[in-house]
Write a protein that binds this ligand. Structure first.
Ligand code: SF4
Length: 721
């Protein structure tokens, strides 16, 4: 038996794992997994998903078949034919080059994933922005954290979560808003439970339209109406101002633009806010008091804020509260976004989104573009922002985008308004799907399938919610002829270099001079010199020897930095944090007489994303065995429905059939469907199969700043089937 230290591939907590392997008939196989007691994210603990990871790593045990060979579909949707890697690489490179020559660099796109490692992300970003010369690369992290990014940048100057997990132990009030932490970030929730045991005076406030397991344990629970978060935060600030609980000294020393916000919140009286949010004034007052007067207040938040057409405003309005009360830059305090995916942070660090550049540089900044062009050895990096996730698939539908290369993600299940996404994929001239798994909703659209390695086979790095970079290490060989994601990108990149007129400067022989992921990571590391996320003091060797480290960790530092902004200096032009007079807007799609239910979506405790991995493990179905729509007893009773009865759930975009689950956790006129179940589990309207899953119903309206869609709220009608 052998053991390899690595990192869990599920969520942004980023727990350390020890993978156990043994030889079986001459082959090394994964036999077990346990928490790494030395990893500072989890100290040996694992949740239900993490502790069953080993069951996903043996192809013989998997329900979901792995993709083992490159393949080409002569006719889309028909059985693909296996081909050699050489043929697959040449086919992709030639087709992309032809389309680019005929329609220009903006006619192609790459859609990647927060599940990729930082090294993978880096090379895809360079390939698109440096070699092809377009910024049309975006990621499923757009659906996850982009509003948190925009909120941090507007207020604090940089996309940098200022807190660390230790702050959970040190806080005296924890304000959980838009996060079912007990399900989505279970190991952090265990830490919070420990903190409560150690400090019985710790106050936990939970804000959520749904009475989640997290909400049930709160000292104060605010069951707000969907989408009213900004009004709630402004209302809390109104009370803080009235009661003189704000920190005038912090505001005058370290912040700017408070006057406009103070003027704005005058309208958010307790009476008005209690009506907008559907909570009582006493609870609103209590929340404001605990938040402002506690020695250290930590906010923890996730998709309830981000997946909204007002996501940036929600994030900024929450950060406002921390700045107004000085609850930032000290132990146990600050606004702490909990990252959904395991490496959404690493993707942002290398600039792997349509509007970002390497090392938190901005596309709109000419100096930043020149720095990156220099680093990469290319003449220029294009200025025009690329297509973000929702517009990218819309551009396929309108045939402005001709080709797409989809990597390590399943947009045909995970994007909102799936009927439009499927139409776009059908119309695409050329679709490449790079995947570990053979049968996802997206592989059905592939013209070329490229088999990729996955967890337990890959090597590289990921960054978790507290800016901590951890190594991911391989325990077994790649499955069949699968290759690493960075390796596939490199080989197609090199083939494309030979076909496209070069953006390369003289003296740059190739944009992809890498023998392995460490070379890629070292190039990324150098790009961070002098930036807010400077990691020039870090190396693969240090990560192995001293363990995972938080950024920044510039040259000369022995450890990374625990928390940011302790000196009150922010990475903005005037070095101050900025208040944002964030407008309160109702949800993008209102409920009305035809569509009277507010549909909310979210995670279950034991499933992950589209279930390509967790869906293969029988024990993970014990908690929630099948998809359902949760309804309040009042609504179920009104329709004379009982548990298990089938209903049509219909939005303006589609209709699906679900059994109902009657639940006291749901407020009347609201409904909840878990995000995980796809077409293989759900019937379409009138029993037509397959359905699309919940995203056949969801709304694709986006936040104007972050581009993140409002996955958390759609108006639907629900009728007995
Ligand atoms: Fe994995 Fe997240 Fe569970 Fe930790 S909390 S074991 S990272 S899924």
């Amino acid at each position: 038996m052998a053991e390899v230290k690595s990192t869990c591939c599920y969520c942004g907590v980023g727990c350390g794992v020890i993978i156990e392997t043994a030889e079986n008939k001459g082959k090394i196989e994964v036999t077990g997994v346990r928490g790494d007691p030395d990893h500072p994210a989890n100290f040996g603990r694992l949740c239900s998903k993490g502790s069953t990871l080993h069951l996903t790593a043996n192809p013989s045990l998997q329900m979901q078949a792995r993709l083992g060979s490159p393949a080409i579909c002569k006719t889309r949707g028909e059985e693909p034919t296996d081909v050699s890697w050489t043929e697959a690489i040449q086919t992709v490179a030639q087709k992309f080059a032809n389309i680019i020559k005929e329609h220009g660099p903006e006619s192609v796109g790459i859609y990647v994933s927060g599940q990729l490692l930082t090294e993978d992300y880096y090379i895809f970003n360079k390939l698109m922005k440096g070699l092809i010369g377009s910024n049309n690369i975006d990621t499923n992290s757009r659906l996850c954290m982009s509003s948190a990014v925009a909120g941090y940048k507007q207020t604090l100057g940089m996309d940098a979560p200022p807190c660390c997990y230790e702050d959970i132990d040190l806080a005296s009030t924890i304000f959980i808003t838009g996060s079912n932490t007990a399900f989505a970030h279970p190991i952090l929730y265990r830490r919070l439970e420990d903190a409560r045991k150690n400090n019985p005076d710790l106050k936990v406030i939970v804000v959520d339209p749904r009475k989640t397991d997290t909400a049930k344990e709160a000292d104060l629970y605010l069951q707000i109406q969907p989408g009213t978060d900004v009004a709630l935060y402004h209302g809390m600030l109104y009370i803080m101002l009235w009661e003189k609980w704000i920190d005038e000294s912090y505001i005058s020393s370290y912040t700017a633009d408070f006057d406009a916000l103070r003027d704005l919140v005058r309208d958010f009286t307790p009476k008005a806010v209690s009506q907008i949010c559907g909570i009582n004034e006493k609870d609103l007052f209590q929340a404001a008091q605990w938040f402002a007067t506690s020695p250290a207040t930590l906010s923890m938040y996730c998709q309830g804020l981000n997946q909204s057409a007002s996501g940036t405003a929600k994030n900024a309005a929450l950060v406002n509260l921390h700045l107004a009360t000085g609850q930032i830059g000290k132990a146990g305090a600050g606004p702490f976004s909990l990252t959904g995916q395991p490496n959404a942070m690493g993707g942002r660090e290398v600039g792997g989104l349509a509007n970002l550049l390497s090392a938190h540089r901005d596309l709109a900044n000419a100096e930043h573009r020149a720095e990156v062009a220099d680093l990469w050895g290319v003449h220029s990096v294009p200025e025009k922002p690329g297509l973000s996730a929702i517009p990218m698939f819309e551009a396929l539908r309108t045939e402005k985008l001709k080709a797409i290369w989809i990597v390590c993600t399943n947009p045909a299940q995970s994007m909102p308004d799936l009927n439009a996404v499927h139409e776009g994929l059908s119309k695409a001239e050329f679709v490449v799907v790079q995947e570990a798994y053979a049968h996802t909703a997206t592989t059905l659209y592939a013209d070329v399938l490229l088999p990729a390695t996955t967890w337990a086979e890959k090597v590289g790095t990921v960054t978790n919610s507290e800016r901590r970079i951890s190594k991911v290490n391989p325990a077994i060989d790649p499955y069949a002829s699968a290759k690493h994601d960075w390796q596939i990108a490199l080989e197609i990149g090199v083939a494309l270099e030979a076909l496209l007129p070069g953006n390369r400067k003289e003296g740059t022989s190739t944009l992809f001079p890498y023998a392995g992921p460490e070379d890629i990571w070292n190039e990324h590391r150098e790009s961070t010199a002098g930036r807010d996320l400077d990691i020039t003091g870090l190396s693969y060797k240090i990560l192995e020897e001293r363990g995972p480290q938080q950024w920044p960790m510039p040259k000369g530092d022995f450890f990374g930095k625990k928390r940011l902004y302790e000196n009150g200096v922010f990475p903005t032009k005037d070095k101050k944090a900025h208040f944002i007079a964030a407008p309160y807007k109702a949800t993008a799609e209102s409920v009305d007489a035809r569509y009277p239910f507010a549909l909310n979506t979210g995670r279950l405790r034991d499933q992950w994303h589209g279930m390509s991995r967790t869906g293969t493990i029988a024990t993970l179905y014990g908690h929630s065995p099948e998809p359902c729509v949760e309804l309040s007893p009042k609504d179920a009773g009104r329709m004379n429905l009982a548990n298990g009865d089938l209903v049509h759930v219909t939005s303006r975009r589609g209709s699906e059939i679900f059994p109902i689950k009657v639940s006291d956790d749901i407020a009347s006129s609201q409904a909840f469907i878990a995000m995980h179940w796809g077409s293989e589990f759900i019937s379409g309207a009138a029993g037509k199969t397959p359905g699309r899953g919940v995203n056949g119903l969801t709304c694709n309206m986006i936040d104007p700043v972050s581009g993140q869609p409002e996955l958390k709220h759609s108006a639907v009608k629900i009728l007995p089937a």
